[in-house]
Design a protein around this ligand. Sequence first.
Ligand code: F6P
Length: 343
Amino acid sequence: MRIAILTGGGDAPGLNAAIRGVARRAFQLGDRVMGVKNGWAGALEGDLEELRPESVRGILPLGGTILGTSRTNPLKEPDGLKRVINVMRRHAVDGLVAIGGDDTLSVARGLSDAGFPVVGVPKTIDNDLSATEFCIGFDTAVTVVVEALDRLHTTASAHHRVMVVEVMGRDTGWVGMGGGLAGGADLIIIPEFEVSLGEVAEHLYRRRGDGKDFSIIVVAEGVKLAGLAPEGEEEGKKDAFGHVQLSKLGVGDALARRLEEETGFETRVTVLGHLQRGGSPSPLDRIWATRLGVTAAELLHAGKAGVIPIRRNGDVVTVALAEVVSETRRVPRDLYDLGAVFG
Ligand code: F6P
């Protein structure tokens, strides 16, 4: 059997661990493995190359993806899915492992519905795929946020400042919530729960009143704050999946500026941006990327397709691809309320 592997969408630490898991298990099963370059772009253009055992040697601790990635969307290209299937057939590929988030996996689902065998692997630092308790890259991203908050605490305390920390999170606040809780943020602002600029200022006054002379605020990039219009373009350029570049909207900058104007408290902003996606994956990301990658290779080998291995109740479980892309998993109220205990 000949399988192919593709990584799509934003990169995330742990992608290489997953690629290695798929490839090593496939080799063990006697299968050959093709690497698709740059996500769906390579699948459309026929940019594939054979992976050999030495191709995946030493990549477990590496961030990024040895295959490259892109935000190309075949569903937006004329005959996109048909072209991908033709490319796969031309390269004698029997099945594809697509590693990605909701965008990549929606295309994978479309391909599977069109009759080509695909198995998914869940990846997104945003951690917002439904059904699965694990997405490659989230744990490492949270670790980056926590390290940043630990560092920012000491300088905030020394200068008695307000520190606004903008983290990734387009539609959901998992990174902000996890990073903020583990890093001891005083206020966590995420897309799921609305707050106004006035409420944030109120929070800062209350802390000062309680004798706390510095504050750390974590804000997710996708937050729309009532009373605050970010500097950047509201309707910037969109990618092939219809997303604007949120870092350009600058919610962190706008919030910091308006808070300083409003309260007079000296305020600084740190935008963590792509630091959250770079570098070496955490042990958890390596272990689960490996487990899910190995299972994906086994599923394709066994002729099972249109499915995705996920983590459920701590175990590897296989569900339909449609299940993980059916809805965006959001931070629940009880977890959000936990943050308020420490404000
Ligand atoms: O989708 C994952 C994500 O990390 C979002 O949180 C963020 O808005 C986006 O990717 C940034 O993507 P890009 O790499 O295109 O700037």
